[in-house]
Design a protein around this ligand. Structure first.
Ligand code: BGC
Length: 416
């Protein structure tokens, strides 16, 4: 069997598992990801082209579904079945979970000098047991509000700084015939909307509630107010939210059907792809009450060990280096709406929203008002994040009262 494999797979690392010949090909990388919207596809093609130029074949394993809802299930199934991809889009604490199970391979050979090039809030997830197992792709700011500029001008409004201003603007938009808030009623989008309202109570409040899971904070009056505010925001949705993808909601703002969307800056990739310019066609502002705070999400490419492989293949190392290259870091984020994860990439080619994201991130680091996104798996384990997601989604898709939701939230935080 092994002999046959050898002749078949040139330049490949050969392994025999349960009598089957499986190859972790040194000159090929299979990359699982969920970058499938217009802006996202354009961004990931930069990486594909980069590795292919270096003689490594890119086998695309794209699984549609915002926030990786489907992709992460497919990843689990494939790993359990003994067919992990060479690399996958992952983030936050889940990288450590995979590494703990022995699923990841060290890419130290490609990571020389990285310690000085990666901000700590991102870097802490990329190493396991002192070894790099993942490469950082970008940093996304989660707490953005997007506003259609024509709609804003038409109602004579200005970008809201706080909730009373937001609701006054939403009322005007509604009266002028717009869907005031474009929303996709998928669990992760519900939680992203909700966590932005949590952040409007302050970065300390957010941290105590969603990072420390402090029971007093979770059951406080302020948390009840959070749910009340979310309930009120829901009255500005249209009837078509159920299951709507985030990029379709963004399209409603792009084409002027809707006035506003609460979304992270991957929405900006869609505006850019549609030829829309910030300041002229749309406005990006931190969500009401969150101006000084920065809620972040950061994608990484994590490297999987295929069938007993103990060190990274040449293809995996090429991919790891490509992810960290200044060219990729800049071009990917220009298409994607994010800012580079790598320190020291010049921001001059970026638009005003990205420049603001970068400046706000830097000042939030100094003022300790930078927080990880719960909705994006940056703050908690999958179990806790999943339990909180269930509570928020149930609340948003029912008539449950805020006090009951807060009790359920406190219980969800105790899930192990
Ligand atoms: C990822 C982003 C992606 C978004 C929408 C998030 O989980 O981190 O890169 O654009 O999902 O699919």
């Amino acid at each position: 069997m092994a002999m046959n494999c050898k002749t078949r797979a040139r330049a490949a690392v050969l392994l025999t598992v349960s009598g089957l010949c499986v190859s972790a090909r040194a000159d090929q990388v299979e990359v699982l990801h969920w970058w499938t919207s217009g802006g996202e596809s354009k961004a990931v093609s930069v990486l594909k082209q980069n590795v292919e130029k270096q003689g490594v074949t890119w086998k695309d394993f794209a699984v549609a579904g915002g926030s990786g809802t489907n992709a992460l299930t497919v990843l689990k199934t494939n790993v359990v079945a003994g067919h992990p991809p060479s690399a996958a889009q992952l983030k936050g604490p889940s990288i450590h979970d995979w590494a703990e199970q022995g699923a990841l391979v060290s890419i130290d050979a490609a990571a020389q000098g990285w310690d000085k090039l990666i901000p700590t809030q991102v870097g802490k997830y990329l190493k396991y047991d002192g070894h790099y197992v993942a490469a950082p792709v970008e940093i996304h700011r989660m707490n953005w509000l997007y506003i259609n500029k024509e709609a804003l001008d038409k109602v004579g409004g200005s970008a809201p700084n706080n909730w009373p201003e937001f609701f006054a603007l939403a009322d005007k938009m509604k009266a002028a015939g717009y869907v005031a808030v474009a929303h996709g009623g998928q669990p992760w989008q519900d939680v992203n909307l909700w966590e932005g309202v949590v952040l409007s109570q302050g970065a300390d409040f957010y941290r105590k509630a969603l990072v420390d899971l402090d029971q007093k904070t979770l059951t406080s009056d302020k948390m009840i107010q959070v749910f009340d505010t979310v309930r009120k925001i829901g009255t500005y949705f249209d009837n078509g939210t159920t299951g709507r993808d985030w990029n379709l909601a963004t399209m409603m703002v792009i084409n002027g059907k809707a006035g506003m969307q609460f979304m992270a800056d991957w929405a900006k990739g869609e505006f850019a792809r549609a030829g829309k310019v910030p300041g002229k066609d749309y406005v990006c502002v931190p969500r009401p009450g969150t101006t000084g705070s920065y809620m972040f999400n950061s994608d990484s490419i994590a490297f999987f060990a295929q069938n007993g492989q103990t060190s990274a293949t040449p293809g995996q190392l090429v991919l790891a280096k490509a992810v960290m290259s200044p060219e990729f870091q800049e071009q990917f984020s220009l298409y994607k709406g994010s800012i580079p994860a790598r320190i020291g990439i010049p921001m001059d080619k970026f638009d005003d929203c990205a420049k603001r994201s970068y400046a706000d991130e830097q000042s939030a680091i100094k003022s300790n008002t930078i927080v990880p996104s719960l909705a994006q798996g940056m703050a908690q384990s999958e179990a806790v994040a999943g339990a909180i997601t269930d509570v928020v989604t149930k609340f948003m898709h029912s008539t449950q009262d805020s006090k009951t939701a807060v009790q359920a939230l406190a219980a969800a935080a105790k899930v192990k």
